[in-house]
Structure formats: structure tokens, C-alpha cells
Design a binder for this molecule. Structure first.
Ligand SMILES: Nc1ncnc2c1ncn2[C@@H]1O[C@H](COP(=O)(O)OP(=O)(O)OP(=O)(O)O)[C@@H](O)[C@H]1O
Length: 270
């Protein structure tokens, strides 16, 4: 656990990708401190990082390196202590709760490790839920297309308990895609799935990047999952700790070993 210390020249790395078409999400010098005084913890320590639109990025790092905190701040679920978070160029750090909720509903999709489906609702109803929450009309043809895209056309009337884990995660992906969000954030989206099903889910995320120009940012502990991304960003002690472009799972695992990620036995290579 990292205690509050003076900044002491914390390295700031700008990882803007040259020649990009623009950044979907950008964090500048983001600092997040939990608690106050002696017991305070620096979760993000001046993180500067950008995610080019239409790319698939995996975020990795040792346990406690700040991945979840990063995701919460980048997705407008939590507020940084200081620094700037921009979403498609719009500064979101100063937004009030109502505006942040609207941003999350209209421009962001979420896929979590726990699928978080509503058990009483059918696949179709679960998928359309974000539209209803946003007060938007659900275009039946669009909803059907999204459900077809995740391979569940023949299950649209089923309830979650009638589906396998992989199928439930595919419903969660359809639900994340239905509002046509600019960015889909994944927090260990394959964490609860077996290897084969995880690969299907990763293929779907990749497809949404390739076909609809979506931006996907996925936190994962799994080097195999990370190897499906365009780039892997590493965090250590709440700071940017390097990046790998289209790495193999072995290269990702090597980098994680270098960062001391496996020393605690957490997040071993599967
Ligand atoms: N609500 C909180 N209050 C106090 N400290 C927190 C809180 N949330 C996270 N932390 C601390 O902030 C640091 C970063 O935590 P975070 O959950 O972002 O790391 P992580 O990389 O996602 O870890 P893991 O891989 O284990 O999930 C850790 O030291 C953690 O203990």
C-alpha cells in the first residue's frame, strides 16, 4: 500500500499516439488520494495517459497499482483529487452529478466481471434497459441487430438463469453497445469465464472496435486477454509504467514479472 508522499518529481509520461484521429479519453496529471492525513493512500500519482478513438487497450499492473481507480476516474464514476479527465475532448472533472450520470448513460458502456443482469428481465429487456434509463426510444431493428451481433438472436426471450456464463456476458456486452457509446470500459470482463468463452468475449469486443469504431478500455489481470488488445498499458504505483503494442501473452507476462506483479501470487498467468 502506498502512503501519501510529496510528489517528488513523479514521472509524467505522455503517451499520445502519433498520427491518431483524436483521443476518446484523456487523463492529465490525475491524482487520486483516498482518506486524509497519516492513513491516506495515493492510488493515482500524476497519471497522464490518452486513448485514441477506435482502439482496443488493455490496462494491466500489479495488485494495488491503481487500475480500478483509473477506470473509475476515466469513466466518470469517481472524481480525481486533482488533474484533468477529458472525454472526447470535453473536460468532465468539474461536471455535477446529473451531467456525469447523463455522460455515463449516453456515451459510455460498461462490462464488469459480474454480469450484473437483472434476473427477472429477458435478454431483450436487459439489453434495452440503458435506453429506457436514458429515456430513449428503443429501435427494435437496432436492438435485434445488437443481439444478433453477440450471437443470441435465438435467446432474446430467455432469462439470464437460462443462459451460460459466456452467454450472460454476451448479453452484458450487447447492453453496453446498445446506446452506441463512444467508449466501452471493461473491468475484468473475462475474469469469470473459462478460456474458450473468454476468447469469444474478447473477439466480440475486438469486433465492436473494428466494425463500429468503438473505443474499448479493459482492465485485466490476464496476459492472454491483454494480448487481444491493440496495445497494453501498464500501471505501477499509480503511475504510467510503459506500453506494449500488440504484444504476445508471453511478452505481457514478462513485463508483469518485471513489475513484480506475480510476487504476491495474485493474478497468476493462466
Ligand atoms: N476506497 C478506498 N479507500 C482507501 N484506499 C483505497 C480505496 N480504493 C482503493 N484504495 C487503495 O488504492 C490503491 C489502488 O487500488 P486499486 O483498487 O485502484 O488497484 P488495482 O490495481 O485495481 O488493484 P487489484 O488488481 O488488486 O484490483 C490500493 O493501495 C488500494 O488499497
Amino acid at each position: 500500500m502506498k502512503r501519501t508522499t510529496p510528489r517528488g518529481g513523479a514521472a509524467q509520461v505522455d503517451m499520445r499516439v502519433p498520427g491518431g484521429t483524436g483521443e476518446a479519453v484523456r487523463l492529465d496529471d490525475v491524482r487520486k488520494v483516498y482518506g486524509r492525513g497519516d492513513g491516506s493512500v495515493v492510488a493515482l500519482d500524476g497519471l497522464t495517459i490518452g486513448f485514441r478513438a477506435g482502439t482496443f487497450t488493455a490496462v494491466m499492473g500489479p495488485s494495488g497499482s491503481g487500475k480500478s481507480t483509473f477506470l473509475q476516474c476515466a469513466a466518470g464514476l469517481d472524481r480525481p483529487t486533482s488533474g484533468s479527465v477529458r472525454f472526447e475532448g470535453d473536460e468532465i472533472t468539474g461536471l455535477g452529478e446529473v451531467a456525469l450520470t447523463r455522460l455515463r448513460r449516453e456515451r459510455i458502456g460498461f462490462v464488469f466481471q459480474a454480469f450484473n443482469l437483472l434476473p427477472a428481465l429477458t435478454v431483450r429487456q436487459n439489453v434495452t434497459l440503458p435506453l429506457r434509463l436514458a429515456g430513449r426510444e428503443a429501435d427494435p431493428a437496432h436492438v435485434a441487430e445488437v443481439i444478433r451481433r453477440v450471437g443470441l438472436a435465438d435467446r432474446a426471450g430467455h432469462r439470464p438463469h437460462e443462459l451460460s456464463g459466456g452467454q450472460q456476458q454476451r448479453v452484458a456486452i450487447a447492453r453496453a453497445l446498445v446506446t452506441r457509446p463512444a467508449v466501452v470500459f471493461g473491468d475484468e470482463p473475462t475474469g469469470a469465464l473459462d478460456t474458450r468463452t473468454a476468447l469469444e468475449v474478447l473477439a466480440l469486443l475486438r469486433e465492436s472496435v473494428a466494425e463500429t469504431g468503438q473505443t474499448v478500455v479493459m482492465v485485466t489481470h490476464d496476459p492472454v486477454a491483454a494480448s487481444h488488445a491493440d496495445q497494453v498499458v501498464f500501471l505501477a504505483d499509480g503511475r504510467f509504467a510503459g506500453t506494449l503494442d500488440r504484444p504476445s501473452a508471453g511478452q505481457v507476462a514478462d513485463r508483469m514479472t518485471h513489475l513484480g506483479a506475480w510476487e504476491t501470487g495474485i493474478g497468476g498467468v493462466r
